[in-house]
Design a protein around this ligand. Structure first.
Ligand code: FE
Length: 229
């Protein structure tokens, strides 16, 4: 069996948020799909270890913010690589409280919808929550992020469509410079790409990054990086 066949499945990238009393939490999800049109129902697969899973199980509601293709890696990292058990992810994020009482992340979102859960399927490590869409709004006419695009950028490759991330420039000379991998989140620092979001020019060797530079995805320091094999 060639598991790479599964990489050909197309996904989007979403912030799924929920509520528990006064507390809000949200996380990144890609396994989300509309399953029926009349009535409109969606399903999302959420890891049982995540705080958002706990909140959805209790409140039976969640919201989905559809992320824009321009979303900074650091924003995805904030919701994807931090736990709501350690910090309030909503502290510095623009959001509103939705009709369901769950928070709706507005930053970097092109649309959102709110869901009332009517069933959950235990699939082992995850629960697939299925529910009715009870509210929905388009926030901008921007293009939504795809999971494939996110991964291509995160891995330091330069897809043709990456105009919003990397300005068109002459290829830079990076011979002899190594790529480094973040051991926490898998982000690859590629000297040919630099880290434009942090003002690091293409052609900057990993060794020459400032000491206070952090992984643009998960916020870890340079010390957790290892030279790519
Ligand atoms: Fe990282």
């Amino acid at each position: 069996m060639d598991e790479r066949a599964l990489y050909k499945i197309g996904y989007g990238l979403y912030v799924v948020s929920s509520v528990d009393g006064e507390r809000f939490n949200g996380q990144i999800a890609n396994a989300l799909v509309q399953v029926t049109a009349d009535p409109i129902e969606v399903a999302v697969s959420i890891n049982k270890q995540n705080l958002t899973h706990e909140f959805i199980s209790k409140s039976r509601v969640f919201t989905v913010s559809v992320l824009s293709i321009d979303t900074p890696l650091s924003f995805v990292g904030h919701f994807g690589f931090r736990s709501g058990r350690e910090l309030d992810k909503f502290e510095e994020v623009e959001y509103k409280t939705g009709a369901t009482g769950a928070p709706v992340v507005l930053d970097n979102a092109v649309a959102y919808f709110e869901v009332e859960v009517f069933d959950g399927l235990d699939v082992g490590t995850h629960t697939i929550f299925v529910g009715n869409v009870v509210e929905a709004e388009v926030l901008s006419d921007g293009e939504p992020m795809t999971y494939a695009y996110y991964h291509a950028v995160k891995r330091g490759k330069t897809p043709r469509t990456a105009a919003t991330y990397i300005e068109e420039k002459e290829p830079v000379e990076v011979e002899g410079m190594d790529r480094y991998v973040c051991t926490v989140c898998g982000y690859v620092y590629d000297p040919a790409v630099g880290d434009p979001e942090s003002g690091i020019e293409p052609g900057t060797a990993f060794e020459d990054l400032p000491d206070d530079w952090v992984c643009p995805v998960c916020g870890s320091g340079k010390d957790v990086f290892e030279k790519e094999e």
